[in-house]
Design a protein around this ligand. Structure first.
Ligand code: GCU
Length: 332
């Protein structure tokens, strides 16, 4: 019931804010949606984006930021991006995956062998261009990547070895690759929206979840899960995507400023991310969370056979996969 009311409210808010096109000022409103709290690096990236645009094109455009999934969850907002009523969205690749399989690349467990390789890969404009290959069909394209660190398991009971995952139910992000990953760990995937995880943990619908350190503090998952295991199974960015309906109507000069603003947002987000992780860890420790290090090879070995299987299911991923392997080698 609560869920129904919340989503009805979100849709009502969305339709209220989305109808006024120019507002009183006659400026074009650019809506930027994301799912995080206002201290999160994604939000700081959004603020940098807004400042960049408004200091250069402020007579024509006003950027409005909607944090905390105010406009609805990311699946719904991506629909609105496709329709053109929202212009920018920071969205996890795993959510974008249900719109275009190309984004499932990042769900492949242990795709990257280091965070350095991952960061270099996602900030490479050639990679963004390859991810945009189906932009006409998709109705959107990525213009910047925000790092979200590494994804790791956390639960109410400690995971000290891969066997501790056996038979447990974990919330994962959406998509068949996540389901296959959890099956290969002899565990079960329970995909749901980010905002639903806290109460699912509280009600013991799931035994744990998987994410970066900030989920423990920003989303308060550390109040319930006291064990966080650095198994580093995935590195999935939040992509900043733009609606084609918006970007394709800009003049070349305006488009250039919006392109630069996205890159500025990326720079600010990355710096904020690297500042936030240690703080989040300290805060989580103060909440009573234990951070566990494990033999990562034990986890990785179980996942490697999945790579071939995923590539045969989705051959379109091969070029990007090869580029990720090359990025790993370059970072060694
Ligand atoms: C991270 C990521 C979000 C994503 C979330 C999730 O916080 O930054 O974009 O939605 O994980 O697990 O759903």
């Amino acid at each position: 019931m609560k869920k129904v009311l919340c989503s009805a409210l979100a849709m009502a808010v969305a339709s209220l804010v989305l109808t006024g096109c120019g507002g009183d000022s006659g400026k074009q409103i650019v809506r930027f949606s994301h799912t995080q709290v206002e201290t999160h690096p994604d939000h700081l990236g959004a603020v940098a984006f807004k400042n960049y645009i408004e200091s250069r094109l402020g007579d024509k455009f006003e950027v409005q930021i909607f944090p905390n999934a105010t406009l609805g969850n990311n699946e719904k907002v991506l629909e609105l991006i496709k329709q053109g009523s929202i212009q920018y969205l920071a969205i996890s690749t795993a959510t974008a995956e249900s719109f275009d399989k190309i984004y499932s690349l990042f769900s492949i467990p242990y795709l990257f062998t280091s965070e350095a390789a991952y960061e270099k890969f996602i900030t490479d404009p050639k990679i963004l261009a390859q991810l945009s290959i189906n932009r006409e069909k998709d109705g959107f394209e990525p213009v910047a990547a925000f790092t979200a660190g590494t994804r790791n398991f956390y639960a109410k009971t400690p995971i000290r070895s891969v066997n501790d995952l056996k038979g447990k139910k974990f919330r994962t992000q959406a998509g068949p690759v996540n389901v296959a990953m959890m099956n290969a760990f002899d565990a079960a995937a329970t995909p749901m929206s980010f905002g639903e995880v806290y109460s699912a943990l509280q009600q013991s619908v799931i035994d744990g979840a998987e994410n970066n350190e900030l989920a423990l503090t920003d989303q308060k998952h550390g109040e319930i899960c006291k064990y966080f295991t650095y198994d580093l199974h995935q590195m999935c960015p939040d992509l900043l995507v733009v609606s084609n309906a918006f970007i394709d109507k800009l003049t070349p000069e305006e488009r250039q400023v919006f392109t630069e603003a996205a890159k500025e947002a990326e720079k600010v987000e990355f710096a904020a991310w690297h500042n936030s992780v240690n703080d989040a860890k300290k805060k989580a420790e103060a909440m009573g969370v234990e951070f566990i290090t494990v033999d990562i090879n034990e986890f990785r070995t179980k996942m490697l056979p999945l790579h071939q299987q995923i590539l045969s299911d989705t051959p379109d991923l091969q070029t990007l996969y090869d580029a990720a392997v090359a990025a790993n080698q370059a970072a060694e």
